[in-house]
Design a protein around this ligand. Sequence first.
Ligand SMILES: NC(=O)c1ccc[n+]([C@@H]2O[C@H](COP(=O)([O-])OP(=O)(O)OC[C@H]3O[C@@H](n4cnc5c(N)ncnc54)[C@H](O)[C@@H]3O)[C@@H](O)[C@H]2O)c1
Ligand SMILES: [Zn+2]
Length: 355
Amino acid sequence: MNKKIILKTKNHTYSINIEPNSIVRNLKNIITKNNKLVFLIDKKVFYIFKKLKNYKNQKYLVINCSEKLKSFNNYAKISEKILDFNIDRSTKIVAIGGGTLGDLSGFIASTILRGVDLILFPTTLLSQVDSSIGGKNGINTTSGKNLVGTFYQPKLVFIDPKILTTLSKREILSGYAEIIKHGIINDIKFFNWLNKNSEKILTLNNKTLSEAIYKSIIIKRKYVLKDEKENLKNNNSRALLNFGHTFGHALENYYKYNKKLTHGEAISIGMIIAAILSYKLGYLPIDHLNKIKNHFKLNDLPMSDNQMFNDKIFKIIEKDKKNDNKKINFVLIKKIGSAFLSNNLNLNKIKKTLK
Ligand SMILES: NC(=O)c1ccc[n+]([C@@H]2O[C@H](COP(=O)([O-])OP(=O)(O)OC[C@H]3O[C@@H](n4cnc5c(N)ncnc54)[C@H](O)[C@@H]3O)[C@@H](O)[C@H]2O)c1
Ligand SMILES: [Zn+2]
C-alpha cells in the first residue's frame, strides 16, 4: 500500500509518503537531486545508510538516540559538528531515526544559519504516526519537556513501515500509544477499528500497519491545519493532541528522562489518568472509560506507575510553563472520539478528584 498525504499549512506544503521497502530508493533519489546534504542518522538504523554504495562520500553523523539526546548540550555539540561541514543556506538536513532525533534535528534545522531545509525519514512507529508530522520540535530542560523549540515544518517526510521490523516490542507499543490516542480524541470509528486490528498492527502486518499509520496521520493533520502554532483554546486546538501528556510529561521529567519509561509508556499512563479524571468529573460515561481501559489491558499498554500521584509529580505539572497562571490546560474527553480543552481546573481540584 503506497500512500501520499499532502500537508498544506499557511506558508508551507509538503508531502508525507508511506511506502514499504522504500527507504533505500528514496535516499538514493534525494542524493541524486541535491548536492548539499547533511545526514543525521540514528545508530540503530545506520545499517540502512550503509546500503548506499557511496555512503562514505556523504556528510553524515551517526548518533546514539534516546530521550537524553534532546538536551542543550547535544544541540550545541551537533550544531557545531554540522557547521564544521562548511554548510551554507542551501544545505538540507536529513534526519533518519526516531522521534528524539527528529525533534532535535528539527530544532537544529530551524536555527542553524537561521534555518535550512529539513527532510525526515522517521524510523520508529511513534515518529511515523506522530512526531514527524506537523513541525513541532524541541529539547528538554530541567523545568520540563520540550520547553525550548520552534514550529518548523519539514520539506518532505518518507515513511517506510518495513523498517520497523528491527524495532523492539516495547518501542512498537510506545508508538501504538500515540495511535490509540488519535482514536480516543477524535475518531470513535478509528478506535473501534483499532480494537479489531491492534494485534495485526503490533505484529507488523504490512497492510494493516500501513493503514494505521495513514489514518493516524490524517487525524493529526486535521489539528495541524486548524491550529498550526497551537494558538487556539477551543475544540479545534492543536493542544488536544496532548491528551495524556500532562501527567505523561511530568512522569518523564520525574524519572529524569531515563529508560524507566518511554514517551509512549508515560503518555499511556497519562491517558488513563486523564480518562479517569474525565469520568470522575462527570464528563465521560463509565462504559466509555471501561472500553478504553479494556483496550489498554488487552494490548499490554501500561496503565499506572507507583509514582504517578507522588506530590513531586504535581509540583512538576505546576511548574510546566505551558500552564496559564495557576490554571492547568488539561485535555479531557466527553466520549471516545471527542476531546476538549478544560481550562478551569486547578491542581488542587485534580489532586482531590483523583485521590
Ligand atoms: N514533535 C512532535 O510533534 C512529537 C510528537 C510525539 C512525540 N514526540 C517526541 O518523540 C520522542 C519519542 O520518539 P521515539 O519513541 O521515536 O523515541 P527514540 O527516538 O528514542 O527511539 C526509540 C529507540 O528506538 C531506536 N530506533 C529507532 N529506529 C529504530 C529501528 N528502525 N529499529 C530499531 N531501533 C530503532 C532508537 O535508537 C531508540 O533507542 C519523545 O521525545 C517525544 O517527546 C514529538
Ligand atoms: Zn506524545
